[in-house]
Design a protein around this ligand. Structure first.
Ligand code: DC
Length: 230
């Protein structure tokens, strides 16, 4: 296992703890961790900032400007010195907190359903995959981006657990106003959109192993993955 670097694809529903799990696996194996949802979120944030997306009702996307804008978007990841946390960088700026806001969460499923956006993100992801030794989490990594990934995991958990997790993430980032009901509704809407969009819908790859972590701690999940990696 130590010698042969592989691609680990982790897909699943939103707020199932994919990123926490993926980061831990990456650090255990000394692999690179890529949060693909963060890339879709950064594209969405950029379009909101540029007024390409109007988030106040009626919600609207200027498609021509969005497609044109993609060539101006640069997304990177860096590690924060003090905390060791992975930070998403959009055109040179740390946007890690802003991409997790409710405004971005409300718009990202629509943006990630656009074929030009998916091709743009896929080209970034494929570059990361060239050297192997990566853990990538998202919705279509095992099905579309890396269908030949050596290990595929599909994560799920019940809605209550997922909503509680997302709310606590928002609180830790300083959001004191969003309610549990709003988060639950957002999760429900995103499940619906992620599973039903035309391009690369969220679905389990045939050869993916399912992990339902509703009742599992992160330690339980690490034991589980160690037994699989063996
Ligand atoms: O994992 P997340 O909640 O941060 O993802 C944000 C959105 O991006 C989610 O609603 C679906 C989309 N996404 C996607 O379509 N494909 C991926 N590989 C990753 C995320």
């Amino acid at each position: 296992m130590k010698d042969k670097k592989i691609i680990i694809a982790i897909d699943g529903f939103s707020s199932t703890g994919k990123s926490t799990f993926a980061k831990k696996i990456a650090s255990m194996l000394n692999y690179l961790y890529i949060d693909t949802g963060a890339i879709y979120r950064a594209v969405t944030l950029d379009c909101l900032q540029e007024d390409i997306i109007k988030s106040v009702s009626p919600f609207a996307i200027d498609m021509d400007r969005l497609v044109e804008r993609l060539s101006c978007i640069r997304i990177d990841f860096t590690i924060e010195q003090e905390t060791g946390k992975s930070i998403t960088v959009l055109n040179g700026k740390n946007v890690e907190n802003r991409i997790r806001s409710m405004e971005v969460s409300e718009a990202v499923s629509q943006v990630s359903g656009i074929s030009e956006v998916r091709s743009f993100v896929d080209s970034i992801l494929k570059k990361f995959g060239e050297k192997k030794g990566i853990v990538m989490d998202g919705r279509d990594i095992g099905t579309t981006v890396f269908p030949d990934a050596e290990l595929k995991i599909f994560m799920t958990a019940n809605t209550e657990t997922r909503a509680a997790r997302r709310l606590s993430e928002l609180r830790s980032k300083g959001d004191t106003t969003t309610t549990l009901e709003e988060v639950t509704e957002n999760i429900r809407k995103r499940d619906e959109m992620d599973q039903n969009r035309k391009i690369s819908p969220l679905r389990k790859a045939e050869d993916a192993i399912v992990l339902d972590n509703s009742e599992m701690t992160i330690e339980d999940q690490m034991k589980w993955i160690k037994s699989i990696l063996k």
